[in-house]
Design a binder for this molecule. Structure first.
Ligand SMILES: Cc1ncc(COP(=O)(O)O)c(C=O)c1O
Length: 286
């Protein structure tokens, strides 16, 4: 397999040649933000939504956006041209750059570090996805700035590790008795044929897949509610889903010691995954 080409600070280069200073604030403090944008064929899924969220994340951490939307898109095209493939994702991150002194204070005039690479994404296998995932609920101890797609992910790493120690693939996070999201995904529950997800807030990431699922549900006359979900509602939910750019829509079949619904991917999931695959197919065909 040929070597991946990445983008770093204005140049495209083989990944083995890309390096960043140990004084980069991304390395020292996790002082940066990132995005993951799925690509189907050569088409980017919801690129405007990802660029809008990137702009918001940058603004929240007081870092200027280095490029206009048109410049970002041109760079994405160039990166994809350097890395031929079918289904992929673009990972990009911007850190506050290198400063000679290790100091939390933001110094003016530092050049940000801009990095991009493609990620290999296994095409979603519906037979595997349909089997569902097992999860546990864990107390969400993260900060009140989870709406920022920050590279400071140690809390998410710890939570995922706790889930692994329970022998399951992910956790459903609970803050003060209310459901927030997964460790790298948003959550939906289904109750009486209505799809329910918590509202955006400082306690969860405004997922692009979440928005798309809500939009597709509304377009297809599936009833939706955006409202807080009490942790106690999980026990009686007919279905529970986790959504993200890479996982798409994963049905949760077990939560703690209890099966969810019938213990299999539910009927609304089947309906929605077909709508979602159709949407992707249309995107791929332009
Ligand atoms: C904490 C968290 N919530 C939600 C999501 C889902 O966001 P998206 O649908 O934009 O991938 C992610 C994605 O990585 C995430 O890390």
């Amino acid at each position: 397999m040929s070597e991946r080409f990445v983008y770093l600070n204005g140049s495209y280069m083989p990944i083995s040649k890309a390096s960043v200073s140990v004084l980069d604030r991304g390395f020292l403090f996790g002082d940066g933000v990132y995005e993951v944008i799925p690509v189907f064929g050569s088409k980017l899924l919801r690129v405007d939504g990802h660029l809008q969220r990137l702009a918001t994340s940058l603004e929240r951490i007081s870092l200027d956006n280095p490029f206009s939307e048109a410049e970002w898109k041109q760079k994405f095209d160039q990166l994809l041209d350097c890395n031929p493939g079918d289904d992929r994702a673009i990972y990009l991150q911007i850190t506050r750059g290198v400063y000679p002194i290790r100091d939390l204070k933001i110094q003016p005039g530092i050049e940000p570090t801009v990095f991009m690479m493609t990620l290999n994404v296994e095409p979603v296998d519906l037979d595997v996805l349909e089997k569902g995932i097992e999860t546990v609920t864990i107390e969400d101890f993260r900060w009140s700035a989870c709406d920022i797609k920050s590279t400071s992910l140690v809390a998410n790493v710890m939570l995922r590790q706790q889930a692994t120690q329970y022998g399951v693939v992910d956790a459903v996070l609970i803050k003060q008795g209310m459901v927030t999201e997964g460790t790298a995904s948003n959550i939906f529950i289904v109750k009486n044929d209505t799809l329910i997800t918590p509202p955006t807030s400082k306690h969860l990431l405004p997922g692009i897949t979440r928005d798309l699922v809500l939009e597709l549900a509304n377009d297809n006359e599936i009833s939706t509610e955006v409202r807080e979900i009490a942790a106690t509602e999980l026990r009686d939910a007919d279905e529970v889903w986790l959504t993200s750019s890479t996982r798409e829509i994963a049905p949760v079949v077990r939560l703690n010691d209890k099966v969810v619904g019938s213990g299999k991917a539910g009927p609304l999931w089947h309906k929605m995954i077909n709508i979602y695959q159709e949407y992707k197919q249309q995107l791929r065909q332009g």
